[in-house]
Design a protein around this ligand. Structure first.
Ligand code: GLN
Length: 482
């Protein structure tokens, strides 16, 4: 078997059994990147030398642990790709923005500490929409990432680089961030699996903030088991993130069992009302049938407030972004304009030159909805709508264990077709943003292909901190399809 065909967990088993060395696995991935990434552009930074050093140290650790009965992590030796808005010490972290093009963090994000402690090998940082704002990975200052399934199409966004890296075998595991769908939607467009954990499940320390009440780091991988294994590693409370929470769970990997007998699954009728591609609809309903055959009880229901999710999300996310991005001023971080006339002019020129158009649009929109005179009409109203949406989901979860639907209304669009009409692009987030507004977990996994062979993603949403049921349902579906 070709090393690249292993899942992350399988690869780790081979390494621990001594059949593949950590260096060999690392080299295979780096060679693959060298061969493939010129075309795909999934990586902003490839850290080959550092990866080999880590591999060497891990191999030594493995030899030393032999016969001592030490349990090594299920991720031991696995090459990983990290979205470029997650800080890795001494590795350039750009957020795909010119304003941070030379920013080198002096510390690791908590998720990085945890991954490295488990024996993961970080091979590089992946491309994304600038500051995670977008749905196509086209707004990066480092060029567009292409979809490995069709290089004329976008990989989705904003974690497009991480999803493309997994789809093209340029990493065995990856991390993304999801503020309104940025893990699930690119996973769906690229035909891989992605999970947005419950808000608070994974520490956000070291994630460069976009919308702090919505952001969540999560795994992207080849299959559901890999996702569960990565979540096991990165979940948990962190004293550096006051919003993180410890549920003292046993392993998510233990939830990888084929069993949905009696599970109640609701499908919101409104999700199929308009704008959805007929092939996407067909695949999602076929996926529901598969779960029904496995013993789940499927029912359609009226969720309510579907049409308000997008305006509420874009108001809140932009408001938080405008505040979070104030810190990029040419003094504290990154890029500073070359010539200026006084402090104010320096701020203005630095930010005008350093940020791309989509980020500027969000900052302007966010500052507007927060400004006195408009705050009550827009921002406060959006917060109230957010509460109503949360109530609608709470009501639904009184009846259902899982809510099933599409990830996106269409498959991956062609490169160059989305940014000309930002409002239309925002509408494409309709199915993913509610999970962020409510803080609930949601997983995206492949469930079919359209007429041109582009992947379609199935979304399962769960109750707060009930990733286990999501993983079990997703695993059952994945196994039933093989
Ligand atoms: N497309 C959404 C946005 O642009 C979601 C982005 C994300 O989840 N980071 O805000």
């Amino acid at each position: 078997m070709n090393i690249l065909d292993y899942s992350a967990l399988e690869l780790s088993k081979e390494i621990k059994a001594g059949r593949i060395s950590v260096a060999e696995a690392t080299k295979t991935v780096l060679n693959r990147i060298a061969d493939t990434d010129k075309e795909i552009n999934a990586y902003i930074t490839v850290a080959g030398e550092r990866a080999f050093k880590t591999a060497e140290a891990l191999q030594k650790k493995l030899e030393e642990s032999r016969g001592k009965g030490h349990e090594l992590s299920p991720l031991f030796g696995v090459p990983f790709a990290i979205k470029d808005n997650i800080c890795v010490k001494d590795m350039k972290t750009t957020c795909a923005s010119k304003i941070l093009e030379n920013f080198i963090p002096t510390y690791d994000a908590t998720v990085i500490e945890k991954l490295e402690k488990a024996g993961a090998v970080i091979v590089g940082k992946t491309n994304m929409d600038e500051f995670a704002m977008g749905s196509t990975s086209e707004t990066s200052a480092f060029g567009i990432t292409k979809n490995p399934a069709d290089k004329d199409c976008v990989p989705g966004g904003s974690s497009g680089g991480s999803a493309a890296a997994i789809a093209a075998n340029m990493a065995f595991g990856a991390l993304g961030s999801d503020t309104g769908g940025s893990i699930r939607q690119p996973a769906s467009y690229c035909g891989v699996v992605g999970l947005k954990p419950t808000y608070g499940r994974v520490s956000r320390y070291g994630l460069i903030a976009y919308g702090s009440s919505l952001d969540q780091i999560g795994p992207i991988g080849k299959n559901v088991e890999d996702i569960a294994g990565i979540l096991d590693c990165i979940a948990g409370a962190d004293s550096k993130d006051a919003t993180s929470y410890d549920m003292a769970e046993d392993s998510f990997l233990n939830s990888c069992v084929s069993d949905v007998q009696g599970l109640k699954i609701g499908i919101p009728k409104g999700y199929f009302a308009e704008g959805i591609d007929s092939k996407v609809k067909e695949s999602i309903l076929a996926a529901a049938k598969v779960l029904e055959e496995k013993g789940a009880i499927i029912e359609e229901f009226d969720l309510g407030f579907e049409e308000y999710a997008i305006p509420a999300y874009y108001t809140i996310a932009s408001a938080e972004a405008s505040s979070n991005l104030e810190r990029f001023d040419g003094i504290k971080y990154g890029y500073r304009t070359k010539e200026f006339n006084g402090l104010h002019n320096m701020y203005k020129k630095t930010r005008s030159e350093g940020f791309g158009p989509e980020v500027k649009r969000r900052i302007m929109l966010g500052s507007f909805v927060l400004s006195s005179g408009y705050y009550d009409a827009y921002y406060l109203k959006a917060l109230k709508v957010r509460a109503l949406i949360k109530e609608a989901f709470d009501r639904a979860f009184e009846k259902y264990d899982v809510i099933l639907g599409p990830v996106a209304p269409t498959t991956a669009p062609k490169i160059g077709t989305s940014l000309t009409d930002p409002l239309k692009m925002y509408l494409g987030d309709i199915y993913t943003i509610s999970a962020n507004l409510c803080g609930i977990p949601a997983i995206s996994l492949p469930c079919g292909r359209d007429e041109s062979g582009m992947p379609i993603g199935l979304q399962l949403m769960g109750k707060m901190f009930d990733e286990k049921t999501l993983i079990r349902t997703a695993y059952t579906f994945e196994k039933a399809r093989v």
